[in-house]
Design a protein around this ligand. Sequence first.
Ligand code: CU
Length: 129
Amino acid sequence: MKKFFVVLTAGLLGLAIVFTLTAQEKKAMKEVTITGEIIDTKCYVTGMMGGRGEEHKQCAIDCIKGGLPVGIVENKTDKVYVVVARSPSMKGANEELVEYAAERVKLTGNAVEKGGQKLFVYTKVEKVE
Ligand SMILES: [Cu+2]
């Protein structure tokens, strides 16, 4: 009986959380796929060595390996997202995405915006040929 109440309480709590999500948060939970270039956000915003593209590729590799936040510039909109992995570990996306530095990829996941910060929480990456 005690177990039943624990399960019931957990269920109600879950429902309460679902119903308190704002419309914007619900939209952010929808999985989308975006296409864009993998960048290191520091060089992109400072324009260091051009900040993106083929001429900046080695710099992007070094910066992403070094731990600078990895991002994506969406092709269609030029919006920039800092990219993080959905994985439950505390690891960032740098280790996985460094091989795509300055390349075009498709990222699947959730685009989230809060306090002016755009974040893309991805579950899948594919190279665009
Ligand atoms: Cu760089």
